[in-house]
Ligand binder design. Sequence first.
Ligand code: NAP
Length: 253
Amino acid sequence: MKGRTAIVTGASRGIGRATAVRLAKDGVNIVINFAGNREAAEETARMAVKAAEEAGYTGEEIPRMLVIQADVAKKEDCERLAEETLKKFGRIDILVNNAGITRDNLLMRMSDEDFDRVMDINLRGSFLMMKAVSRAMMKQRWGRIVNMASIVGVRGNAGQINYAASKAGVIGMTKSFAKEIASRGVTVNAVAPGFIETDMTAAMPEAAAEAISSAIPAGRLGKAEDVAEAVRFFASEEAAYVTGQVLCVDGGM
Ligand code: NAP
């Protein structure tokens, strides 16, 4: 994977940060996208370079980092993210559609705005980013798209109607686009994390968090690094014949 270029959306924190660090260990140049938290995104860049150095990369071999603010819910931002990546690195090999939010509530209390915002970022944002990078990947006849779904998109969860719908949508979109683009050397897969310790789950209402965590056979919450390893597999050369798949990283849930 050395010398390849990846865009990781929402890489300032949590799973996106762990993914950027993991890919950098394999010598991948990373475009670190964030929404509002520039300082945290720059910290991800420092952590990724450090991880690459610890993995043995020196001098020119050390992967390069590009930190870019962009709201994945906005088409023009997604297009700019792809353009700036091509301008700096000349190619886009890997897209990790990781940016995501929750706005939890029971259906009867959920506002239309909260439904729309979650769909706009989690589902439409992934669609816009896939569209923005696909031409470059098809031209190269090589690409890896990894979409961040969720176990909640497979099983459902009370209080997360909007989030579950967006993640179920991500799964359907992954399987469909995988079929459209397979003949061009581009794979499209999804990782469906269970309950992972990040800012997102820290903000979850207690009842929803308890319902999920009591159902983890592994007896512990997941770590962002557990998810990053699955992303790394789908992004690898070796996963060339794996497409349209959903890999649950959920401690057996
Ligand atoms: P997190 O810690 O809350 O981090 C969210 C990231 O997304 C941040 O980097 C944030 O940027 C970015 N972001 C938010 N809105 C954005 C937008 N409009 N445009 C671009 N970036 C945006 O979340 P996480 O727990 O790591 O989750 C990452 C992904 O995994 C999400 O898709 C989530 O749904 C999925 N997931 C998480 C879990 C879990 O248990 N944690 C389980 C299943 C699936 P700023 O820092 O700039 O705000």
